[in-house]
Design a binder for this molecule. Sequence first.
Ligand code: 5GP
Length: 214
Amino acid sequence: MNNQRGILAIISGFSGAGKGTVVEEILKTYDKEYCLSISATTRQPRNGEKHGQHYFFLKKEEFEQRIAEDLFLEHARYIEDYYGTPKDFVFDRLEQGISVILEIEMQGALKVKERCPEALLIFVTPPTAEELERRLRGRGTETDEKIASRLARAAEEVSYMDKYDYIVVNETNKVAECAADIHQIINDEKKKAVYCEGLIGELSEGLSVYKKGE
Ligand code: 5GP
């Protein structure tokens, strides 16, 4: 059906949960069905990260200017940096019927849910706390201090997991399965009556000729 509004799917998870890899897999496997919102951040690019592809890397003053201009759907501070979702990009795509994935942390996700209650909140987690630490260390991109901050943050986030609509376990070496689970959840969401106004309207028009007594 292409007369539908797109779904706003928010994917969060502890840092190191592997959600970036899962999102990449979703975009690779179901490329026509989704687009990814590219966030702005004040953090330094990691090796191989490109401006405009992974993030829009901004100076703190530039980021604050965009907050003042109300250009973000949400923004949050994560550890010591700002992260924010560009508002117009997201709303334009949804209106065009394209589902948009936001890969954002929890504070931002909950802010979007307040602003757009129809947003679908999906939390990706490793099966255990030990596995989370193993994945964070295995990434080899952060100092011990940063890893400790990210684990401490995860210890806080765990108590808000029940605010999400779905929890999806990203089992070790099962990225494709995790991506397929999320795709399924989003597809099921599309079948909710609230997203089928276009189809209902067409059927109503088509069936109007059969109405009795007019
Ligand atoms: P990282 O520094 O590892 O790329 O991202 C740190 C955290 O910020 C991750 O949980 C990531 O999902 C989140 N994040 C990325 N972009 C945004 C955004 O636009 N808004 C919010 N609230 N969080 C974001």
